[in-house]
Design a protein around this ligand. Sequence first.
Ligand SMILES: [Zn+2]
Ligand SMILES: [Zn+2]
Length: 167
Amino acid sequence: MNIFLFILIVLSMFIFMEVVTWFTHKYIMHGFLWYLHKDHHQPSGTVFQKNDAFFLIFAIPSWLCIMLGLQAKNYPVAAIGFGIALYGLGYFIVHEVIIHQRFKWFTRSNNTYVRTIRWAHKMHHKHLEKEDGESFGMLWVAKKYWQKIRADKKRNKQRQELATSAY
Ligand SMILES: [Zn+2]
Ligand SMILES: [Zn+2]
């Protein structure tokens, strides 16, 4: 199989998984599987959350695609599995590490994109209950959150300029 086609499938799957995650989060986790997701909105203080079960739920199809795809030399199927796995890794880094800081690996970033995804997810967590949520995606965020962070940064910069020009 052509390596570029393989990479294209992996990347397409990565993007597709953002859509799957948004849908799953909005309609399933905040739907009939709320009992697994609830402790992510109302933390119980334990190291592991019931919500972490979703990693397993997504890991199973990924692992099956990789294993069966490689065994049958069906590389498009294996590429789909790798795409899901890559998204899982990205989700882990963005959601667990950068946003929730469950591991203190990175210090707070001032990068506009990082601040925007953190703010958008913070707005998601503002809602403690199953209903009336907002911002269910992870890597793709709505324009209004970008605008808020850009406006914040602009205001801070102006304040700094005013402060320095006062001397
Ligand atoms: Zn949620
Ligand atoms: Zn969260």
